[in-house]
Design a protein around this ligand. Structure first.
Ligand SMILES: *Cc1c(COP(=O)(O)O)cnc(C)c1O
Length: 368
């Protein structure tokens, strides 16, 4: 039995080992650790990759979303539309600025926020729509941008899972007024620790984010606002520059693995495989399947040395942290059905065809 973990960094990290060590050495020898040349370089490179005028490196993805909302002056009493099926960070960012997250159900096929449900959730207090390109697939951004324009709302994309995905040829993280992304190690572009960025085309928003992440100060010891320490350090910025150069190749590999899963798992039991919107691309941060026998399948795979995870077992509206919002089981049935039935299979750049086949064979056995 050859164990297959859910995620394995080794093939990626073996390939870039000497570049990473060189980058670390650069910082070590420069004796400059925060707000320096590595950060400046990475911000330029990531803005170019993301086709935005600006990218501002920050401490992590949650802080990126928080800063984006803060820079748009979203505040107490405002409402922020978020998907009911997402990682809790999306909703937390709204809570951090004192706003209320308003959950909207996903499209039952793509699992991304369903634009058809957004307008019904808009009130006089709504300020922002916050789509999440979940699992790596771009949301229907044409529809979302049209709704935002019609109702005069901001858009803040949560692009933590979808570096490089596109809708109608336009890259995620370049649609909204200010967009947050995460470079948590397991993300498609991952640091070797916590990191994130805000992307925007708006110069004044970019300036504001750059100031807010650094104690509300543009000039050292002159504080314009009550800011934060949410900076991205030189060591991580350098590592991210190294990894960014390989991202397109690694995305290609993720897509290839997904294609292999799609072929191998066609017509197996009641399995539902990932569905991609005709105008969207999917960068497969996660390869998520659905089955009524999810727990049994996960147990079977685990007994055969195959790691899987559930994204996410409890939707935000049923978390204890949000019990004050007053939701209960049944409030958002599509998100709840996903939480009960979805399973994320192993996927990482460098995963071999043999490994994909082993996972698929074990799944087929579980359905026999
Ligand atoms: C990872 C993630 C975040 C938060 O990123 P961190 O860097 O862990 O703070 C936010 N939203 C989504 C959808 C994520 O997957």
């Amino acid at each position: 039995m050859s164990a297959i973990p859910f995620l394995n960094f080794e093939p990626m990290h073996k390939l870039i080992r000497s570049e990473i060590m060189q980058s670390f050495q650069d910082v070590y020898d420069a004796n400059w650790f925060v707000m320096g040349k590595k950060l400046e370089a990475f911000e330029k490179e990531y803005a170019a990759f993301n086709n935005t005028n600006y990218s501002i490196g920050v401490s992590n993805g949650l802080d990126a979303l928080h800063l984006a909302l803060k820079a748009l002056n979203v505040t107490k009493g405002d409402e922020v539309i978020v998907p009911s099926n997402t990682y809790i960070a999306t909703a937390l960012a709204a809570s951090y600025v004192g706003a209320t997250p308003v959950f909207v159900e996903p499209d039952p096929n793509t699992y991304n926020i369903n634009p058809a449900n957004i307008e019904a959730a808009i009130t006089s207090k709504t300020k922002v729509i916050m789509p999440v390109h979940l699992y790596g697939q771009a949301c229907d951004m044409d529809a979302i941008m049209a709704i935002a324009k019609k109702h005069n709302l901001f858009v803040v994309e949560d692009n933590a899972q979808a570096h490089g995905a596109t809708f109608n040829g336009k890259i995620t993280g370049s649609f909204g007024n200010a967009n947050g992304t995460s470079f948590y190690p397991g993300k498609n572009l991952g640091a070797l620790g916590d990191a994130g960025a805000v992307t925007t085309n708006d110069e004044s928003i970019a300036k504001k984010i750059a100031m807010l992440r650094n104690y509300g100060s543009e000039k050292k010891y002159h504080n314009e606002e009550i800011g934060f320490n949410m900076r991205l350090d030189e060591v991580q910025a350098g590592f991210l520059s190294v990894k960014l150069k390989h991202l397109n190749e690694w995305t290609k590999q993720r897509k290839e693995i997904a294609k292999q899963y799609n072929e191998a798992l066609k017509n197996v039991g009641d399995l539902v495989l990932p569905a991609v919107h005709a105008n969207a691309t999917h960068v497969y941060h996660l390869y998520v399947i659905k089955t009524k026998n999810r727990d049994g399948l996960q147990k079977h795979l685990s007994e055969n040395g195959i790691g899987t995870l559930i994204h996410y077992p409890i939707p935000p509206h049923l978390q204890k942290a949000y019990q004050s919002l007053g939701f209960k089981k049944g409030s958002f049935p599509i998100a709840e059905e996903l939480a009960d039935n979805c399973l994320s299979l192993p996927i990482w750049p460098g995963m071999t065809l043999d490994q994909v086949n082993t996972v698929a064979e074990n799944i087929k056995k579980a359905f026999k």
